[in-house]
Design a protein around this ligand. Structure first.
Ligand SMILES: [Zn+2]
Length: 441
C-alpha cells in the first residue's frame, strides 16, 4: 500500500471483495481512488489514518465489489421490451423483431433506447456493458456521456440493416468506429458479425481480418439453437464452432454469445483457441433455445462470462438476477448442488466477464492500479440479514435494488440509488415518444 496525499475519493466502511484469487474479504475496508484508478485497498483504519485530501463516500453496511460486466447485449432493444414474447427465436426475429427494427430503429431511437439501457444497467450495478447493434458510434457516445464503460460494435449481416444497405457499408461503418474510439478511456470498439448463419464465409473472414488489424474484440452469436447447428451441419458439414474455427474466425479476441449447443469437441476447440464465451441463461430459457453446458465449459477451462442479451429476450438487464439464476439452473439441470458455487458465480460476472472482453488488465478486480469500477451493495435489508458469507448473499439473496453507489473510473454514476449523469424523467418521456410510434405500427 503506498501513501498518496492526492487521493480524489475514499470509499470506506464496507466489506471489500476484491475478487483477486486467494484474497479474503476485507471487513471494514477502504479503497482510495486517484485519477480514476484504485490507489490503495485495505483496512479502513489504515487508510483513514493517512488523512486523504479528497471526498469520502460512506459504504458502511455495504459489500464493495468490482462493477458487474455484461458480456452480451443489444442495448437499444430496451425499446422492444415486452413487444413480442413466448415465440421461438426464428419467428420471433423474422416476424417481430426485425420488422420493428427496420421500421423504427434510427439514430435518434437508438440513442433513446441506449440511454434507457444505460440507466437500467448502472442502477443494477453493471459498470461495463457490450453492444452489438446499429448506429454504434451513437451508442459509444451515449455510454461515454453517461460515464459507463462499454465494448461496442456495429452489427454485420448479409442483408440490409436499419443503418446500412449491405455488408460493404457495414464494414465501412465498423472501420470508422474502430478509428473513432481508438484508445478511448471508456469505450472499446469491436466488430460484430451477427452469426454463422446470417453472414457469408467471405464476410466472416473479412470481419476476422478487420478485428485483427485493430486488435479489437470480435463479438458473434454462436451455437444458440439446434436449428443453427442443423443448418451448418447440412450446409457446411461442420458444427458452427468447427466452421468458424476452420475459417480462422475464432481466437482469444472472440466473444461468442450463447454456445448452448456445443459438443465436447466444440468445447475443446473453444478452450484451445481461448475463445471468450458469454453465457446468457435467461434469454436462452425464454426463447426455448436450451441450456448451455456451463459446468463442462468451466471444467475444460473455457473463458466464461455472463450476459443479459437484449431486453426483448430477457426482459430486463439485471445481471445479478441472471447470475443467481445461473447458479441455481446448473445445479438443478446437472443434479449437482456443488455446480457453480456462490463465489464462482460472482467471479463470472466480475473478473470472468473482464477476461471474456479482454479487459482483465484493467477491470474485474479491486486491486491497486486497476480502474476504479465498483459497486457498493447494501446488505442491511431483512432479506440480507444476517450475513455469514458475502458471496452467498450476492449469489442467492441480494437484489439489484440493493445497489447503493456505483463508480466507473472513480466517478460516482449512481449515488444513494440515484443516477448522477442521466435524467430518468427525460429518458421516460423520450422513450414514450418512440414507443407511441411502435404501438401505432
Ligand atoms: Zn444477442
Amino acid at each position: 500500500m503506498s501513501y498518496s496525499p492526492s487521493w480524489d475519493l475514499l470509499v470506506f466502511g464496507g466489506t471489500i471483495l476484491t475478487m483477486e484469487p486467494g484474497t479474503a474479504p476485507i471487513v471494514n475496508g477502504a479503497l482510495a481512488i486517484a485519477d480514476g484508478r484504485i490507489a490503495a485497498v485495505g483496512p479502513a483504519e489504515e487508510l483513514v489514518e493517512q488523512a486523504p485530501t479528497g471526498e469520502v463516500l460512506d459504504a458502511a453496511g455495504c459489500l464493495i465489489i468490482p462493477g458487474l460486466v455484461n458480456t452480451h447485449s443489444h442495448l437499444a432493444m430496451t425499446l422492444l421490451r415486452g413487444l413480442a414474447d413466448d415465440l421461438p427465436l426464428k419467428s420471433w426475429l423474422e416476424q417481430h423483431i426485425w420488422p420493428a427494427e427496420r421500421e423504427h430503429m434510427n439514430r435518434e431511437s437508438v440513442r433513446v433506447g441506449t440511454r434507457l439501457a444505460v440507466a437500467e444497467q448502472l442502477l443494477a450495478g453493471i459498470t461495463t456493458t457490450t453492444d452489438m447493434y446499429f448506429f454504434d458510434d451513437e451508442v459509444g457516445k451515449v455510454l461515454a456521456e453517461a460515464g459507463m464503460r462499454g465494448v461496442v460494435a456495429e452489427s454485420l449481416l448479409d442483408f440490409q440493416t436499419p443503418r446500412c444497405s449491405g455488408p460493404n457499408e457495414m464494414l465501412e461503418r465498423q472501420r470508422e468506429l474502430l478509428e473513432a474510439f481508438h484508445d478511448h478511456p471508456l469505450i472499446t470498439p469491436a466488430v460484430a458479425p451477427h452469426a454463422p448463419y446470417t453472414v457469408s464465409a467471405a464476410n466472416l473472414v473479412h470481419e476476422a481480418e478487420l478485428a485483427d488489424e485493430f486488435d479489437a474484440p470480435l463479438h458473434i452469436h454462436l451455437a444458440e439453437t439446434r436449428w443453427e447447428v442443423q443448418k451448418l451441419l447440412e450446409e457446411k458439414g461442420m458444427s458452427p464452432v468447427a466452421y468458424l474455427a476452420d475459417l480462422g474466425v475464432l481466437s482469444e479476441h472472440t466473444v461468442a454469445a450463447h454456445c448452448v449447443h456445443v459438443s465436447p469437441e466444440d468445447i475443446e476447440v473453444l478452450a484451445d483457441l481461448e475463445v471468450g464465451v458469454s453465457h446468457n441463461p435467461v434469454s436462452n430459457l425464454k426463447l426455448g433455445s436450451g441450456i448451455a453446458p456451463v459446468p463442462a465449459m468451466i471444467a475444460a477451462g473455457v473463458k466464461l462470462g455472463l450476459g443479459t442479451d437484449g431486453a426483448a429476450s430477457n426482459n430486463t438487464l439485471d445481471l445479478l438476477r441472471d447470475a443467481q439464476l445461473a447458479a441455481l439452473l446448473h445445479k438443478g439441470v446437472g443434479g449437482d448442488p456443488t455446480a457453480l458455487p456462490a463465489k464462482q458465480t460472482i467471479e463470472l460476472v466480475t473478473a470472468g466477464g473482464a477476461r471474456v472482453l479482454g479487459l482483465d488488465d484493467r477491470i474485474g478486480m479491486l486491486r491497486e492500479g486497476y480502474e476504479a469500477d465498483l459497486v457498493c451493495l447494501q446488505v442491511t435489508a431483512p432479506h440480507t440479514t444476517p450475513l455469514y458469507d458475502p458471496y452467498s448473499h450476492l449469489a442467492y439473496a441480494a437484489r439489484a435494488a440493493d445497489v447503493l453507489h456505483v463508480l466507473v473510473r472513480g466517478r460516482a454514476v449512481v449515488r444513494d440509488r440515484q443516477l448522477t449523469t442521466l435524467d430518468l424523467e427525460e429518458i421516460r418521456a423520450q422513450v414514450k415518444e418512440v414507443t407511441d410510434k411502435i404501438r401505432g405500427g
